[in-house]
Every structure is written in C-alpha cells, then in structure tokens.
Write a protein that binds this ligand. Sequence first.
Ligand SMILES: [Zn+2]
Length: 327
Amino acid sequence: MEREQMLQLTGFQPVGDVGRGLLLGFPAEAEVLSGFMKDGLTLRLYGDAATGKQIKAMNKQLKDDARLNGKVSIAADAETPGVAGVVTISAAGEGDINSLYRNAIDAVEKLFREEGINPVPNCPICEQTGGDTLVHFDGPLCVVHMTCLRNWKNAREEEVALKAHNGGHMRGFIGGFIGGVVGAAPAFIALMLTNYFVGLLFALIPLGTFYGWKLAGGKLDRITTIFVVLYSLVVGVFVEIIDSWLVLREALPAFNPSLWYTIQVYLNPAHRWHDLFFRHLLMALGFTLLGIFISWSMIRKTDKHELADNQAAFDEAIPLSQLTRDR
Ligand SMILES: [Zn+2]
C-alpha cells in the first residue's frame, strides 16, 4: 500500500510518513505497513489502554468475523503511552481494501464499545472538554485547545529563559549533588542490611542525580549530561568503598581500620582482600554504567531539545476543522 492510498482510506492529514486524524472519536495515527511480504496499514488509536485480556478477547472476535477474512488484528502498545490499541489491517492478496477497511472499522467500533474503551475526553492541559486541535502532547496523540497549547509552549520557553537568569548551572549542581546521594541510598541500604550486592539499585544513582538537577531548576544542557555521568560513577564507587570500610571495621574490631586503610586495600594488589574488593568495585561501576545506559535518552535531553520538540509538536498540530471524517 502507498501512503496516498492510506490517506485516502482514512481521511487523515499527512504528517511525514504517517497520517493523523480522528477515528471513531479517538485521536489516531495511520502508518503503511512496510517490510518483507508485508502490505496494509496500522491504525494506532489513543485512549484508555486495553488490557492484555481485552486484547485477547477482541482478537478472538476479529478472527471469527467472516467479513474480515482473518486480515484484521489488534495489539497493545506498551512502549507508547496512552495507546488504546494498534489495529493492523493486512491488504495482502485478493479482495477489496475499501470494504475490508470499512468492515474493520465497524468491528473495532463494536468491540471498543463492548469493552468500554474510550478516547480521553478532556484537554490534558486544562482538563476541560471542547478541544479543537490534534497534537502529540507529552507522549500521546490527543485533542487539546489551541490556546492552551500556545500558552503552555510560551510558559515552557519562559521557564527555560528564567533558568539561565537564575544562576544557570549552580542550582543544578546542588540539586544533582543531593539527588545522587538520595539515589545511592537504596543500593547502600541493601549492601548494609543484606551484605548482598543488589546491582540494579546502582542504576538509581544517575536517575537520582538527573532528577535532583532538574527539580532544583538547573539549566539542562551538555554540562548536565557530563555531570550526571561523572558524578554517578563517583557516587557508585564511593558507595562500594564505604560499604567495604564498614565490613572491614566489623571484621577487624581491634584494628579499627580507617577509611584511608580501606582505600589502600583497593590500591594495593598484594593485599589479600584486594581482588575481592576490586571485583565488587568493578561490579558497582558496571551497574552504575548500566543505569546511565538505561536512562541515557532522559539524561541527554537538554532544554534546547525540549523546546525544539515542543516547537515541532506545535508545528505539526492539526486543527480539528481540517478533519472532515472520523471513520
Ligand atoms: Zn485546554
């Protein structure tokens, strides 16, 4: 199927490779199926997310629907927030795609009604009904008021401009410093209580650092990313060293080893505990790095990126008046 045919079938407005519009009252995105031996389209409807059980029940009914020839299915989308379901219509083989499309929409309408799956009625910005614009806002495709969207975008731009005036990075450093310590607490407590290495808890350190920076109102830019990465690694190492120090103190009460003595164990390959300590240190570093990797898309996002994303969403917004069909 070509993009033009998909737009014609759905009556959606083109935005890049996809089409966006309203379908059965749901904000929806249509995309041409591409890939080896694939033909047809997907319709991503935004609203109350269907549960796994509902998806299963609906698929059974779609399969049993003789009009659909087994060419229509529905799936959940765990990766995109606020998706009611993704309907796939296969256009492969013989048959009239127009009537298949109509029948598929009729079937989905009936199933959604039966399962109580609805679009979100309110504008997510002011929580009132009567939105007039289709836009990707904070993840999902939704219907908002144009005035709300414009005010929100202007307010975000002002906030970012204000951050630069209010000390720029300074608040960020302080917030990030505290956030990293808070983020390290679970890993530290787990080490203390269970004397057991719960590696994934180290992944909370970069998250804590980033959120601390953000909540404190620090300017988000490259410096943020560099700080979060370096500081998280320092905190990760520190948590491990302090834990080792406490373990040593307990093991050698008469000797009462100092923190400096503990650090020397790490530095001295001849010490009998060096290898064990060092292995733990590498694990702590590894898991902190894993945390940085997991949260990378978040911690690399700067104010500039956010404003550019907001602008792009704003530019792609579609007035509902341009959408003449809803099925
Ligand atoms: Zn609104």
